[in-house]
Design a protein around this ligand. Structure first.
Ligand code: CDP
Length: 226
């Protein structure tokens, strides 16, 4: 099967990552994933606002996902909407198992994801960038979180759907894992697949996450290595 951009079925788009890109954030990262351009920043651990959310046994992790109005073809209305609230929520769920929140009782860690250019797969790019920003902020982690989607388009099971493939695609499955244990921290799906197709797509997605894991480690080594 031939893909619009000439990729093989198990081939990622070009991915580039950089750690520590924003001076005044406690931690930050930039991820370019195909035509997606995403910044993640971390502020904290710091005082919990509003205070009633505080937990005396651990920190709380709050994630905000935002897409700029000019990030998509049809200008997006500024501000939160249902989709961005949902993505913020599933992002927090994807990251939380990896963050050792017990280290910081009565405090809050804020993760902000800003999508400057969107081209399908922004939640995976956001989770990948946010993980790097957490490490950059010095927050203790059990493992990195690496994300990637797989799905179905033109009747083929493929890794990392492009916008074109997503638009007329038959299924999309964003996934995040902690690669060392292969524990899954995000799994969503839209579309319809047979059981065999689902199994094949999940295998591809795990492989994609592992490739992303290697790139994350390289990006961290580029900043903190030696
Ligand atoms: O970005 P992701 O694949 O995680 O989420 P999605 O909800 O499946 O959106 C897929 C793509 O649709 C996004 O990456 C954007 O390129 C595009 N989109 C858009 O053009 N306008 C919106 N208001 C939302 C998404």
């Amino acid at each position: 099967m031939k893909r619009g951009d000439g990729r093989k079925k198990d081939e990622l788009r070009n991915v580039r990552m950089e750690v520590g890109v924003l001076k005044r954030a406690d931690g930050s990262a930039y991820v370019e994933w195909g035509n997606n351009k995403v910044f993640a920043s971390v502020y904290g651990p710091r005082e919990v606002i509003p205070r009633f959310l505080a937990r005396n046994d651990r920190a709380i992790l709050r994630c905000k996902y935002n897409m700029t109005p000019f990030s998509v073809e049809d200008r997006k209305r500024p501000g939160p909407d249902r989709r961005s609230v949902e993505i913020g929520k599933v992002t927090a769920g994807a990251l939380e198992p990896a963050v050792i929140l017990e280290t910081y009782p009565n405090s809050m860690i804020n993760v902000n994801i800003e999508v400057m250019q969107a081209d399908a797969g922004t939640r995976c790019a956001g989770i990948t960038a946010a993980t790097l920003a957490l490490v950059d902020a010095g927050i203790p982690m059990r493992d990195l979180v690496s994300a990637c989607a797989a799905g179905k388009a033109n009747d083929g099971i493929i890794l990392d759907l492009s916008k074109e493939e997503d638009n007329k695609g038959q299924a999309d499955i964003p996934m995040a894992i902690m690669p060392r244990s292969e524990e899954v921290t995000l799994l969503q799906m839209d579309g319809i697949l047979t059981e065999d197709e689902l199994e094949e797509a999940l295998k591809l997605a795990v492989g994609g996450c592992k490739s992303i894991y290697e790139l994350q480690k390289n990006a961290l080594m580029a900043k903190y290595g030696e």
